[in-house]
Design a protein around this ligand. Structure first.
Ligand code: MRU
Length: 356
């Protein structure tokens, strides 16, 4: 995709406003922390890696703004930490957010003796490095994962795990893109992804831009097409994969995995190691974001359910690792037993080997 999801220029974070797609291509400029936090909370920028990167640039932005105020060192540092805390409170499920903030905190902690302008520069450098790493990771996942896609495959995907959800190239859609670039003939079934239609609005848009054949379906059609032998595999991104290989992704992913198993089809997660959280033993402990009821009772301001209807709106669900065929990471393809494979993959994270 040629349109950048996010970048930092002229002292502001420039984001493609994904709530406006596919009807309008609008960019917003965030010049303070409340506007960055609002952009994440309202899904102007969304997708686990993109959320983490935006938060990293948010911390860099906060440091710049505070550096201009010529504060005492302790006030400067506590201001940066407060901004990070505000960003951490935006969305609870995607661990990339906390991973990115932790990397920024490590830079802050390691910069004793530097003045606030120097620290702000180092933080911006770190966020920029993470953005570049993200694209490298995604391209590496593309190379590894493309091997899993046979020529002529019909692939089901859910939500959006493309360039829009990352710094560039995408995770699950990056693998599909890599297989397409390798000359394989593909067709993608795109789940529309209720309630916010990331599949219909974003994935269909990205696949059209990439020239990859695809068909949009509502979420409840996947079983029908599997039963008819028209889907060969399911491939999705993830927001948090924990130590035993259980993974949280957009609500509805679990149903896709159950259907895939019932039809003896492979189900793949594609996620960088920054999405892996070994501090959590299994999926029961992943925090699941509950979003506002009006996302379910109405669409774009038009009410679709009676006033006062009780609503549940979990934004993610957990797919147990027993339903997962393999996890594609930038370090290679991890298969069961996932606990060992994930530990080995995390031993070699990209940031430990990258130089600027
Ligand atoms: O609520 P969203 O749109 O941020 O949810 C995004 C997803 O669930 C994606 O599948 C996931 O973040 C992986 S993106 C590479």
């Amino acid at each position: 995709m040629t349109v950048p999801t996010l970048d930092f220029r002229d002292g502001s974070i420039r984001l493609l406003d994904q709530t406006k797609l596919p009807l309008e291509t609008v960019f917003i400029e965030c010049r303070d922390i409340p506007s960055v936090a609002e952009a994440i909370t309202s899904l102007r920028v969304r997708g686990a890696p993109a959320i983490g990167l935006t938060a990293a640039f948010g911390v860099a932005l906060a440091a710049r703004l505070l550096a201009d105020q010529h504060l005492a060192e302790t006030e400067f540092r506590s201001g940066v930490s407060a901004a990070a805390a505000q960003l951490a409170a935006t969305r609870p499920t995607a661990v990339n957010l906390f991973w990115a903030l932790e990397r920024m905190r490590a830079v802050l902690d390691a910069s004793g003796g530097a003045d606030s302008k120097q620290i702000a520069e180092r933080l911006l450098l770190e966020a920029t490095r993470m953005l570049k790493e993200d694209e490298r990771c995604n391209r590496a996942m593309g190379r590894h994962g493309a091997e899993l896609i046979p020529d002529g495959a019909n692939i089901l995907t859910h939500c959006n795990a493309g360039a829009l959800a990352t710094g560039a190239y995408g995770t699950a859609l990056g693998v599909i893109q890599a297989a397409h670039e390798a000359g394989k003939r593909l067709h993608v079934w795109v789940d529309e992804t209720r309630p916010l239609l990331q599949g219909a609005r974003l994935t269909a848009w990205e696949l059209r831009e990439a020239g990859i054949p695809h068909t949009l379906i509502t979420d409840n059609m996947a079983g029908h097409f599997m039963q008819r032998g028209q889907i060969d595999l399911a491939m999705v991104g993830a927001d948090r994969i924990v130590a035993n290989g259980d993974g949280a992704n957009k609500i509805g992913t679990y149903s896709v995995a159950v259907l895939a198993r019932a039809h003896a089809l492979p189900f793949y997660f594609v996620a960088p190691t920054s999405t892996v959280d070994l501090s959590i033993a299994d999926g029961h402990h992943i925090p699941i974001e509950e979003r506002k009821p009006d996302e379910v009772t109405s669409f774009r301001g038009v009410r679709t359910a009676p006033e006062g209807t009780a609503v549940a709106n979990p934004a993610f669900d957990v797919t147990p690792s027993r339903l997962v065929t393999a996890i594609v990471t930038e370090r290679g393809i991890v298969r069961a037993p996932f606990a060992e494979g994930l530990r080995a993959a995390l031993g070699n994270r990209e940031e430990t080997v990258v130089s600027t």
